[in-house]
Design a protein around this ligand. Structure first.
Ligand code: AMP
Length: 187
């Protein structure tokens, strides 16, 4: 099954994606992780995207679409893809629909993790203290949230039109959210 874990920055997409990998054997396709690996490796791509990511802006659609395309065969072999942090624009969503259609495949569900902004801010303050990622300050979070509302939230009507969106309360414990996601996927 191919699913999208959708939601604002810090909603818990990465944590829940990793649990789905453990429990279902699917592959997590996180463009954020792929881009951070490129930066860590010091590649040309990493150099091109670092300042954009540090500022909490979006890197170009072309870059992330190419990264995703490269990983689709691996996800197919595993029987499922968990898209995490992708797509983030309507253009990316349209490109993903085309790529999957070309492989006789499609997105089955879009799990929308709903978390309010005050809780997201609390999480970023905690994580900034623990991990110190350059794009994990409250200022950058505020920009990431604005970018989410302007560029990514329009995906909700896009996928609602396809009848694929299931809302999940993302405010509870990791375990409670995981249980709600399981119900959303299997129910
Ligand atoms: P994430 O770990 O998903 O929050 O992504 C971290 C950063 O990587 C984002 O703030 C963007 O700068 C960049 N990024 C990740 N995924 C995408 C995407 N699908 N489109 C554009 N930029 C992305």
């Amino acid at each position: 099954m191919n699913i999208i874990l959708f939601g604002p920055p810090n909603a818990g997409k990465g944590t829940q994606a990793k649990l789905l990998v453990e429990n279902r054997g699917w592959v997590q396709l996180s463009t954020g992780d792929m881009l951070r690996s490129a930066i860590a490796a010091g590649s040309d791509l990493g150099k091109r995207v670092q300042a954009i990511m540090d500022a909490g802006e979006l890197v170009s659609d072309e870059i992330v679409i190419e990264l995703i395309e490269e990983r689709l065969p691996e996800a197919e072999a595993a029987g499922g893809a968990i898209f995490d942090g992708f797509p983030r624009t309507v253009a990316q969503a349209e490109a993903l629909d085309k790529l999957l259609a070309g492989r006789d495949s499609k997105i089955e569900k879009v799990v929308h993790l709903v978390v309010d902004r005050a809780e997201l801010t609390k999480r970023v303050e905690k994580r900034a203290a623990e991990q110190g990622r350059a794009d994990d300050t409250v200022d950058v979070f505020n920009n990431r949230f604005d970018v989410y509302e302007k560029q990514t939230a329009p995906l909700i009507p896009y996928y609602t039109g396809q009848g694929k969106v299931v809302k999940v309360d993302g405010m509870g414990s990791v375990e409670a959210v995981a249980a709600s996601i399981a119900t959303a996927l299997d129910g």
